[in-house]
Design a protein around this ligand. Structure first.
Ligand SMILES: [Zn+2]
Length: 681
């Protein structure tokens, strides 16, 4: 197991994009800012291998030495996101074909088809050469595989062949393929695997599901080859890849297996999880959106703290948002409070041209450090004082989790059902989960994210919103979890289709209806013709006031022995069961047949936790102020985070606390008794 430390702060540095005479000055500024590391070589394939097989590490070695002289460590990237022009030249079949039939060309990022043999051969040879050169170099503190791995989804003839082979191997016979994908609609049954088209030419949600599963496997297979190349060379420094959260092109949980930690990029002003419409982004009150990303990353690899390999600290070129004073500190300490051990700002140095010319750098020139530089420098000193306590500390645990399924995400990514599940770049599913997360965070009860193969037994309550796809394994795991005492809550549309995306022959929740003690006999979006519809509790222990229903309504038929906890009430909805509870084994299976607006969802979850006797000691914090803890042995670091532009005064554990706008205070407590166990905030 690789030894993972609290790295603190660093920045992405691109010496290959700078005139050589400026490099010492850029490094001098790094040292002045107190940064512990830089990330390099991300797009430097052309410099590291100017012609095939001719590797040049001299320039990088010199920079690493200059950095080392100032005690700054290096994290290296495998620069495979942008192959050099010599590789592109004459290799026409390397260009990916997009869903509109057009090819990407040299000059963009990720302009290669991941299945190109030439790309694989040359890129893996470069990774091997880098691994051999730097394996034993103790100045290298880690590796990033590629950059923002993902698309493009490729529809080239070679990928089509591989897709057919994948189907052949998976289904064995074309009749089995037809049976599983239910191809009888529109006479789409096939007679031979060679007739399988891409889903772009064959309108079928099931073929999209299978294609996504194929694409995910293909992408992961390649990056695990990169990982293996470095390991074989003897690289012991931690290795991961920086994920674009929560882009749905591949299964992040599978990707991170074998890697040392989960790692993401963090551009809050471009995040789809923000609380503000795109283009109207403003700072503040978005702790929940940020905490959701952190929880997502942590769920990918719960055993190690998370890291950010790109972290916004300057305007990015979509929203041109310059952080207000104290914001970089606030954003950084928030993510550290939530469990990050490594914050790599994007980016240190400015490139004077190129696709990202207009944005991003902390320094436009090393001669003119500005306000962002000063804020990072002060924060470095502050963190240096806390490093000992932070090193080895873990974020607090929660006993509530949201279940995240890539298969469901793939399905919603391609098949729009209603606006609540739509989102940019297929992120609608993740945004839908984030709404549940936000409602719980509002009552200071941040859930964790658990994936289908995660450790269910560490949670008292698992909430599965829109778990559309249920694989046989998932069915068994949910059944076992509830039987053994877990509480499981479904939100629609859940339990609809099997692992191929084919509907179950029984109504939702499909094969789990005996566990849930009910079936959904009808469902759909709210329509204004229905008039006012309310969700009414019919259980005194579930104490919410009548809540407005204006999104979605399921019509639930409970079985004998299933308790109805709430009903719909409206002109066309008189006492229709809306929420049920069925005891199974030692646990409970809950079903809520609607979605609620944000505020009302918060009221609902507040009542639900009381019903389940899982109420939290809600900390008395002003609106917009949040607490998050990191714990090591007897020492607890409590971060009190002001996400507002106002001064906040309040009492916290018998102390008077004052937080200036966007301030964060860290309170260190050492207890005689190890609190351990579960703590929510
Ligand atoms: Zn391809």
């Amino acid at each position: 197991m690789t030894d993972l430390q609290f790295d603190g702060l660093g920045a992405a540095f691109y010496p290959e994009q700078q005139p050589p005479e400026l490099i010492p000055e850029y490094i001098e500024r790094l040292a002045e800012a107190g940064l512990a590391f830089v990330r390099m070589a991300e797009f430097a394939w052309d410099k590291l291998e100017p012609a095939e097989g001719q590797y040049d590490f001299n320039w990088l070695d010199k920079v690493i030495s200059l950095l080392d002289a100032r005690k700054i460590r290096a994290l290296l990237c495998t620069p495979t996101a942008v192959p050099p022009v010599w590789l592109a030249t004459g290799n026409e079949d390397m260009y990916p074909v997009l869903d509109n039939g057009k090819q990407l060309r040299f000059g963009t990022r990720r302009y290669v088809c991941i299945t190109s043999p030439e790309f694989r051969r040359t890129s893996l040879a470069l990774v091997r050469a880098m691994g051999r050169h730097y394996a034993n170099d103790k100045r290298i503190i880690g590796w990033q595989l590629d950059n923002e791995v993902g698309g493009p989804f490729c529809f080239c003839p070679r990928c089509l062949n591989l897709f057919r082979n994948y189907c052949r191997e998976r289904f064995g016979s074309i009749s089995e393929f037809n049976r599983c994908l239910h191809t009888h609609f529109w006479g789409q049954a096939l007679q031979d695997f060679e007739q399988i088209p891409f889903p772009t030419d064959y309108q079928s949600p099931t073929l999209w599901q299978i294609y996504h599963q194929f694409f995910s496997k293909t992408v992961i297979e390649y990056y695990h080859q990169q990982l293996q190349e470095l390991r074989v060379c003897g690289v012991t420094a931690p290795i991961s890849t920086n994920m674009m959260l929560t882009w749905y092109g591949y299964d992040h949980r599978e990707m991170i297996k074998g890697m040392d930690y989960a790692c993401g990029d963090y551009y809050y002003s471009a995040s789809p999880f923000g609380d503000f419409p795109v283009g109207e982004k403003e700072y503040g009150n978005d702790f929940a959106g940020d905490a959701f990303l952190s929880a997502y990353l942590q769920g990918l690899k719960p055993e190690t703290n998370i890291r950010y390999q790109e972290f916004q600290c300057a305007p990015e070129h979509y929203t041109w948002y310059q952080p207000v004073p104290n914001e970089i500190r606030n954003r950084t300490l928030t993510q550290i409070a939530l469990g990050a051990d490594h914050i790599c700002y994007f980016r240190w140095d400015c490139c004077l041209s190129g696709a990202e010319r207009d944005a991003y750098a902390i320094l436009r020139s090393p001669h003119h450090p500005g306000r962002n530089f000063a804020e990072i420098k002060a924060l470095s000193s502050e963190l240096a004082m806390m490093k000992e306590d932070l090193n080895g500390s873990r974020p607090q645990k929660s006993d509530i989790a949201l279940l995240y399924s890539y298969e469901s995400q793939y399905d919603f990514g391609e098949n729009t059902r209603c606006p609540d599940l739509e989102g940019p770049s297929g992120n609608g599913y993740a945004m839908f989960l984030c709404r549940q997360f936000r409602a719980l965070a509002n009552i200071h009860c941040r859930p964790e994210i658990v994936f289908p193969d995660g450790n269910f037994s560490s949670y008292k309550l698992i909430i599965a919103p829109a778990l559309y796809i249920l694989s046989p394994d998932m069915i068994d795991r949910i059944r076992d979890y509830i039987r053994n005492g877990g509480i499981f809550l479904f939100l629609p549309p859940s339990g609809i289709a099997d692992e191929f995306g084919t509907l179950f022959p029984t109504p939702p929740p499909g094969p789990l209806q005996d566990i849930f003690g009910m079936v959904v006999t009808g469902s759909g979006r709210y329509n204004e013709i229905m008039g006012k519809v309310k969700l009414v509790s019919c259980c005194p222990e579930l104490p919410f006031q009548n809540l407005n229903v204006n999104r979605w309504l399921d019509e639930i038929a409970p079985q004998n022995g299933t308790q109805v906890l709430a009903t719909f009430a409206g002109q066309f909805h008189q006492n229709i069961p809306a929420m049920t509870c069925h005891k199974y084994g030692q646990g409970k299976a809950l079903y809520l047949g609607t979605w609620l607006e944000r505020e009302e969802m918060t009221s609902f979850y507040s009542a639900l936790l009381r019903y389940l006797a899982m109420e939290n000691d809600v900390p008395q914090l002003p609106a917009g102020v949040y607490a998050a803890e990191r714990i090591k042995d007897m020492c607890t670091l409590t971060f009190l985070i002001n996400t507002t532009a106002c001064m906040q005064k309040f009492h916290w554990q018998n102390r008077e606390i004052t937080l200036t706008p966007f301030d964060v205070k860290c309170i260190r407590t050492v207890s005689d008794v190890h609190e351990g166990g579960i703590k929510r905030n």
